[in-house]
Design a binder for this molecule. Sequence first.
Ligand code: LRH
Ligand code: MN
Length: 424
Amino acid sequence: MQIEKHNIDESNQYNFQRHKRRFENVAFNINNVEETLQKLMDFQVAIPSWALGTGGTRFGRFSGGGEPRSLEEKIEDIGLLHKLNNSSSAISLHIPWDIPFDTNNIKALAAHNGLRFDAMNSNTFQDQPDQQLSYKFGSMQHVNKAVRRQAIEHNIDVIKYGIELGSKSLTVWLPDGSNFPGQLNFKKAFQYTLQSLQEVYNALPDDWKMFVEYKAYEPNFYSTTVGDWGQSFLYTSKLGPKAYTLVDLGHHLPNANIEQIVSLLLMEEKLGGFHFNDSKYGDDDLTVGSINPYQLFLIFKELVEGMDARGMSHSTGLAWMIDASHNVKDPLEDLLQSVEAIMIAYAQALLVDSTALAEVQQSNDVVNAQEILQQAYRTDVRPLVAEARLRSGAALEPLQLFRELQVREILIKERGSKTVSTGL
Ligand code: LRH
Ligand code: MN
């Protein structure tokens, strides 16, 4: 299924007058609107290869049909998203769910769809059919050296796939931990994990990064060996300058102040990137900005302030990735909404008058501090984000066009209603 330029042009023609009025209305109050638009056009989000099908829970999975049956079809689906919003120009692969068997063909297909390969993801949270040793009691923390070796070798294999594809980073999320008090020696688990990560780190090419992703709980429900930002920071500080902490928004205990975590990791030059999603309770992997859009805005406010303080490029300084699972929404519609929510939070953060904020912070004018933040948060920046899409040749209304073109119906005709894609 291809979306052609004329499809986008016709849709934009239909929406242009209404957009023009709304854009001029918001642009009128923004002094550096051209600079802001350029930043929005440059900002690209990586789409996870494991979130293009219907997700599920242990209680059930309700397939929507037309799901990609191969890595090639996943790349086509992400290419389709990128055509619609021109903000999704990267794919993040998960191995072995998406092994690029024919690397040259996969690279050519990705390039044809305007896509590059972002972070590679290893998987030591499932036992593969041909696997020698089980990860039941962990992988890099395991008391059995041979199991740790197996996990190290797998991660090194993942790096090799990434090198062939032009990726420049590896995300390591370890499910390791324990379910009961007494089950695990925390210090040994930490030391085995650090030794194992160090061997993977030593296998990284010079221009690569390693992202150590933390998570409070699940699949273990008593302790997790990379359980919070402090533990991840400990590992990445001991590993070396190519190791960074990856923040998955759903991996925190309730009410954690994620924007404060982000500001400190950025200050310490140990923030590597994000897995964007949203949640109300646990690792719910819901649509970005669907539950707590104010938190997402506050996180981007810290990111813009912190990156500007260090002269970092907003578009390439950190890894911007989505990590979601779609139990009831169409996967592609869900991802379009997630990218839109990220762009909106970023645009709102760019509108924060940081000079005025610094002044009222200096005078402890708490009331005005909130006024300054919410002035930006309550600005309807959607016409700005839409204008950035228009100028980069994408659709003013991606979701509307996705539905008008009956993309899902066509994919179901092409692929069938019962296809299941690899992933969560
Ligand atoms: C773990 C996680 C990790 C991925 C997996 C698909 O919860 O966030 O990033 O490997 O989801
Ligand atoms: Mn994640």
